[in-house]
Write a protein that binds this ligand. Structure first.
Ligand code: 5GP
Ligand code: ZN
Length: 149
């Protein structure tokens, strides 16, 4: 959809630090992260909110959020958990009107860092962060391969 920043990212017309891409989804770092590794997962096709998203795509969106959350724990970023969140609609403070799942990494006892992150929303070393998350995904895939072998 023209004028939608996330559609422009999908089209390659706006920059993003990508974590994962497949036929239906794109995952990239939030430009104003709450914590290091804060990722947004979007359907590639424009859907404004959950009302416009098919249940099948919703399941894929959460499915990759689940996978990324596991990958984060396997990365070298010292992540112990994550908050997965969708702000669905203006009433819920959605500010970018292309549906997206936030995956916000958490570490044990990070309340102070989290509070600071909420206030400052400053990017960290985005390229190194993305590389660490991608290697977490690779480790997860290798683990699964071993389990199924
Ligand atoms: P919402 O409040 O709609 O759930 O969150 C929108 C998120 O998108 C915010 O966390 C914001 O920092 C992020 N965001 C807004 N514009 C851009 C952009 O151009 N690139 C990236 N990577 N993130 C963006
Ligand atoms: Zn869009």
């Amino acid at each position: 959809m023209s004028g939608c920043i996330f559609c422009r990212i999908v089209a390659g017309d706006a920059p993003a630090t990508k974590i994962h891409e497949d036929d239906t989804l794109l995952a990239f770092l939030d430009i104003r992260p709450i914590t290091r590794g804060h990722t947004l997962i979007i359907p590639k096709g424009h859907a404004t909110d959950l009302d416009e998203l098919s249940p099948a795509l919703g399941a894929r969106l959460f499915g990759f959020g689940h996978r990324l959350s596991k990958a984060m724990r396997r990365s070298d970023l010292g992540i112990h958990g994550a908050n997965l969140l969708i702000n669905d609609g203006k009433a819920a403070f959605q500010t970018v009107h292309h549906v997206h799942l936030h995956v916000v990494p958490r570490t044990n006892g990070d309340m102070f860092t989290l509070a600071k992150g909420f206030l400052l929303r400053r990017p960290h070393d985005q390229e190194a962060t993305a590389a660490a998350l991608r290697s977490g995904l690779d480790r997860l895939a290798a683990e699964e391969k071993e389990t199924n072998a």
